[in-house]
Design a protein around this ligand. Structure first.
Ligand code: ZN
Length: 359
């Protein structure tokens, strides 16, 4: 199943934010799949409203995402800011819209069509979309317990601040909600975005320290990413108890050096075996795949240029993960995560086409 909500497609330029996120990566993926007749039969596109009703009807999960869900994993003062006067400042931090000398950074408020605080609505809807995707994957209404959400994946959002274009960590929030609401005991993250899933690592560590995660209910986080570059070399990040994300190791962390693309897939396979070992052969109840396409060689973001997988390598990567999870009978929720520029839609579109039509 592919979950798609035209209303939550974030057009950053509408808010005066000048980052190279293509007008609609999700729209391009959907159009490609339609042209290739890859959405007929086994696959369905749900718009968000429809998906929400499907989940609440079948599952009685009621109100989808509440403020309490956000406070479960994030700092309460931070969440209070988002619902109050501090929202705009928090958005500016997450999208790095003001530089240290106080000047606008890739930010042209005069070009904005919408007030910046409304960006929060879209972020909240994406948290909801991620959670719905997890639920739909676990319900397994169709297609091998697989659900792909054309949104979500805000893995840089930290315990008490947004960072790297991510305000709230939808991945951690959704996974914890699943652990609380169901008898599930283990969730895996397989994060293949070009950048380290540093916010997720921080939130998981804090949750363990606070006793919210333990042997009984656990989340394990694999991240395979560029060995250098942001956020690993961000000198502005100080080592304080609440702001140490890039320094916190993921449960399985795989670094890919520049020009080592050929090692990517074998390393990922080794990483999955490590996840299995850390799980003591317990099968996870859910895997959330943070399926960034910014490792793609034609990605448009300068900071992801240290990893340059070809289209074939990106599709192989996704197919390996997909086939592994299907073979083991692990429900999988896929999130679109990072991907910038005019061609960022290509790996996801080709992957979805292949799993529908075959190679
Ligand atoms: Zn990224």
């Amino acid at each position: 199943m592919v979950l798609y909500d035209p209303a939550t497609t974030t057009v950053h330029q509408d808010y005066g934010i000048m980052i190279p996120i293509s007008v609609s990566r999700a729209d391009k993926i959907i159009n490609f799949l339609r042209q290739n007749k890859a959405l007929v039969g086994k696959t369905k596109v749900y718009d968000f409203t429809q998906a929400a009703s499907v989940v609440s009807m079948n599952d009685q999960c009621g109100e989808i995402i509440t403020r309490t869900d956000l406070e479960q994993m994030h700092d309460k003062t931070f969440i209070a800011d988002l619902y109050g006067q501090g929202l705009e400042k928090r958005l500016i931090t997450a999208w790095e819209l003001i530089s240290k000398d106080g000047r606008p950074n890739r930010y042209k408020p005069e070009r904005a069509k919408k007030p910046l605080p409304r960006l929060f609505d879209t972020v909240l809807k994406q948290v909801m979309g991620t959670y719905l995707t997890c639920r739909l994957a676990m319900q397994g209404t169709e297609w091998d317990n697989f659900c792909y959400y054309l949104g979500g994946g805000m893995h840089h959002a930290r315990y008490d601040t947004g960072a790297g274009f991510c305000l709230l960590n939808d991945i951690v929030i959704a996974a914890q909600k699943i652990l609380i609401e169901t008898d599930s005991s283990l969730v895996w993250f397989i994060d293949v975005d070009a950048h380290k899933g540093c916010g997720s690592a921080e939130l998981l560590q804090f949750a363990r320290e606070a006793g919210k995660l333990d042997e009984e209910k656990n989340i394990l986080n694999l991240s395979i990413h560029m060995a250098h570059g942001w956020p690993l070399d961000d000198k502005t990040i100080s080592v304080t108890p609440s702001n140490r994300a890039p320094l916190i190791p993921c449960d399985v962390e795989i670094l890919i050096d520049k020009d080592r693309e050929a090692e990517y897939l074998p390393e990922l396979k080794r990483g999955i075996r490590k996840l299995e070992e850390l799980s003591d052969s317990r099968k996870p109840d859910l895997a959330i795949v943070v399926d960034g396409t910014d490792p793609y060689e034609h990605d448009g973001l300068l900071s992801s240029g240290l990893l340059r997988l070809s289209l074939e390598q990106c599709v192989e990567r996704d197919l390996f993960i997909y086939e592994y999870l299907v073979r083991r009978g692990i429900p999988s929720a896929w999130l679109m995560a990072g991907g910038y520029g005019e061609r960022a839609w290509e790996p996801t579109a080709h992957f979805l086409k292949v799993i529908h039509h075959g190679r």
